[in-house]
Design a protein around this ligand. Structure first.
Ligand code: GTP
Ligand code: MG
Length: 358
């Protein structure tokens, strides 16, 4: 079973390298190159522009940008200057220029409603295998969005991740779909995938081969693995349709303990969520992230639990689902946040066969 991303190929980022390899910007040269690019962009109309075509990006900078997931003009166009500065150690002014050039080339700006409607047409909905659950989600878990599920231990977050993975690979509309599974708690089980795929009469070997599992050992590694996904899509041309991050917050929660660390944790989580959102949006991928809950001792009414990561995770997620244990071992999933669907609940049993009606 060789579904693992070779971790040796994904070294941890060395900070010193970033700091020593600062590239300075030559403004005059930049202007010149920018004009050249603008005219060549017209000539190139219809052709894809790569980041190497952007002014101010030399081979060293390009390499660094690609290494951290800014491998496409679109990724740069939607980045913040801070992200670019951090990625390749150039000045903030330089970063702004690169971003602006990327934006110029992409004709970014306003889109009309009909264009957005057209974009919405490419949205694919991944099934949970449960009619009621899918209906609550407006047909399934959407591509182009992040769906966050939060629950206490044993709630079923990982099980749902496995079910979605198999169902993403069963998509008939897609040619060779691929699932990327970032496993932070060592709970990915190929045996379980096999069982679910078998139950659907799928080619089990092909299914396992199409799931790329990255075991994340800490939060930095987790973020680095997500950066690598961009490369898998743009360079290896893998048709990634689902990214599972299980768990999104466990490492962050374990590493940032004690007073004064919360702001750092939230800032890092924010960056992580935005990297995921960018992948979801630019490549039409469904991103499924799992999250834990913590007790809220001062809550007297309603459910005394809340999701880790607070507003940062909540706001960046397009859909939020709260999963809790119900009566007689059942589970209740509640859609607590969505751009267009009403708040609703659905109950089911978690069984070997998947999600089953009560
Ligand atoms: P944490 O990661 O610990 O926070 O929990 P989780 O929310 O990821 O829960 P998980 O998805 O691991 O749910 C496990 C539960 O699924 C078990 O307690 C079982 O009740 C139920 N389950 C039902 N059928 C199966 C099965 O075939 N395999 C497994 N592993 N679990 C099953
Ligand atoms: Mg789990």
């Amino acid at each position: 079973m060789k579904a693992h991303i070779n971790l040796e190929e994904i070294p941890m980022k060395e900070k010193d390298e970033d700091e020593t390899m600062v590239e300075e910007f030559d403004d005059e040269q930049f202007q010149l190159e920018k004009e050249e690019i603008n005219t060549s962009a017209v000539k190139k109309k219809g052709k894809e522009i790569t980041i190497n075509d952007l002014p101010g990006i030399g081979p060293a900078t390009a390499e660094k940008l690609i290494a951290v997931g800014f491998g496409t003009v679109m990724a740069i166009a939607v980045a913040t200057p801070g992200e670019i500065v951090e990625a390749c150690g150039i000045s903030e002014a330089g970063a702004r220029k690169i971003i602006n050039a990327a934006r110029d080339n992409l004709e970014m700006g306003f889109e009309s409603g009909d264009q957005i409607l057209k974009k919405r047409e490419r949205v694919i909905k991944l099934s949970t295998g449960h009619k009621g659950f899918d209906a609550m989600m407006g047909g399934g878990f959407e591509t182009g969005a992040i769906t966050e599920i939060y629950a206490e231990f044993g709630g079923g977050k990982t099980q749902i991740g496995h079910i979605l993975a198999v169902n993403a690979l069963a998509l008939e509309s897609e040619k060779n779909p691929v699932v990327v599974y970032v496993d932070t708690e060592n709970t990915f089980r190929p045996e379980r995938i096999k069982q679910i795929a078998d139950g659907k009469g799928m080619d089990v070997d092909a299914v396992l081969k199409s799931i790329k599992v990255g075991r994340a050992y800490n939060s930095d590694h987790q973020m680095l693995l997500v950066d690598k996904i961009e490369e898998m899509i743009t360079e290896q041309h893998l048709n990634v349709k689902l990214i599972v991050i299980d768990s999104l917050t466990a490492h962050f929660r374990a590493e940032f303990v004690g007073r004064g660390t919360l702001a750092d944790r939230q800032q890092k989580l924010n960056k992580h969520m935005h990297a995921l959102l960018r992948l979801a949006d630019t490549h039409n991928v469904c991103v499924y992230v799992t999250n834990q809950v913590m007790a809220k001792p001062d809550q007297f009414f309603g459910d005394p639990t809340q999701a880790i990561g607070g507003h940062i995770v909540g706001h960046a997620s397009t859909f939020r689902i709260y999963l809790r244990k119900g009566k007689k071992g059942s589970r209740v999933a509640k859609l607590v946040d969505s751009p267009s669907l009403p708040e609703a609940e659905v109950a089911f049993y978690l069984t070997e066969k998947g999600l089953q009606d009560i």
